[in-house]
Design a protein around this ligand. Structure first.
Ligand SMILES: [Zn+2]
Length: 358
């Protein structure tokens, strides 16, 4: 009797052990990301991130990311890239010449990750604080030989299928055009809802464009919480069963650094930080969202030094009014985030993202 009981106990124990073993295996299998959010700090090198840490009494959103690495930003034509080539390499994985948007060095259009995710049936969106035709958003939305062709880029955006949400500035490229065409009326006719501000949005399910400025939005903090609010609204509108892709740009970190304006840089970084908190709070709750933060290049050659070499002061020191060659940070969170560590080329980011979202 005793032996039989022991045998039964062993049988049950084995069954329990093997079932818990298998469900554990299932759990540890790599999970695929349903949603992908890419945030680009234009001109945001390691020092721009550190400028926020240096001036923040609280822990920053950057410090919430479990994984980080570095991305080499040089373009096909130059050791120092511009936003067009730097953003293009992130958006489509191909190095191109400075000034070129969404095309390779032979001027052949290369599909962006936004276009690839849209093909997969995901909703897509772009949120920026510059004109929506500016280099970085254009890298995800258009294909043009020159970033200067704002009106051509606006035309391409207006005809774009597979784009659901677009928030930023640049209204003049849609309505004050050399060809006299009012692209906004044309887009309304095709079913787009188009507004000047976020609170005007009524229908979360319609394709929606908000152009909140004639060109770029004002600098931080004069534009209020446009970027974090637009990000929250975009996520609310895009979230659906099949998943979504959203690119958000802190566009004016670059502008502040071109001006060697440290006070505005810190305001821009605070604004970007608030936006990161919005994204991470959603990703934590959702559990199926990959978040990748990086930059197209560094601007200003920024560092922090004591001019008297006594190690006691941390004065902001810009070494150029242009871009620099220094690599930029990459931060990641969510399914597949462990892929974004070490030193990578900016062209590798797209394959790591696509592998994480298979
Ligand atoms: Zn720049």
């Amino acid at each position: 009797m005793k032996t039989r009981r022991l045998f039964t106990f062993l049988l049950i124990a084995t069954a329990l052990f093997s079932s818990s073993c298998c469900s554990n295996n299932e759990k540890s299998a790599p999970k695929s990301a349903k949603n992908v959010i890419v945030l680009i700090g234009d001109g945001m090198g390691p020092a721009q991130v550190y400028s926020l840490i240096l001036t923040s009494p609280e822990k920053t959103a950057f410090q919430r990311f479990p994984y980080s690495g570095f991305s080499i930003t040089k373009s096909a034509s130059n050791e120092i890239t511009d936003s067009a080539a730097g953003g293009s390499a992130i958006a489509n994985g191909k190095k191109t010449n400075n000034g070129v948007v969404g095309m390779d060095t032979d001027s052949i259009p290369v599909p962006s990750m936004l276009e690839m995710f849209s093909e997969q049936g995901k909703k897509t969106g772009v949120v920026v604080t510059c004109s929506v035709t500016h280099a970085t958003p254009a890298d995800f939305l258009a294909h043009n030989i020159s970033r200067q062709n704002n009106e051509e880029i606006a035309l391409e955006i207006s005809e774009k299928e597979g784009l659901d949400v677009l928030f930023g500035g640049g209204k003049k490229y849609f309505t004050e055009r050399k060809d006299g065409v009012d692209l906004i009326s044309k887009m309304w006719e095709k079913g787009w809802n188009i507004y000047d501000s976020l609170p005007q949005i009524e229908d979360n399910n319609a394709k929606t464009m908000v152009l909140a400025a004639r060109k770029h939005l004002p600098e931080a903090p004069k534009r209020g919480d446009f970027l974090p609010n637009a990000t929250a609204k975009a996520i609310e509108m895009l979230d659906n069963e099949k998943g979504f892709f959203l690119m958000i740009e802190g566009s004016q970190i670059d502008f502040a650094c071109h001006d060697n304006d440290s006070a505005t840089l810190v305001e821009e970084m605070r604004d970007f930080n608030k936006t990161l908190d919005v994204v991470l709070d959603f990703a934590e709750k959702d559990g199926n969202t990959l978040v990748v933060v990086t930059a197209d290049h560094e601007t200003g050659g920024l560092t922090f030094v004591d001019p008297e070499s006594r190690y006691t002061r941390t004065d902001f020191k810009f070494t150029t009014g242009s871009h620099s060659a220094i690599f930029v940070p990459v931060f990641s969170y969510g399914p597949g985030a462990e892929r974004f560590t070490g030193i990578m080329d900016n062209t590798e980011i797209i394959s790591k993202i696509m592998d994480s979202a298979k």
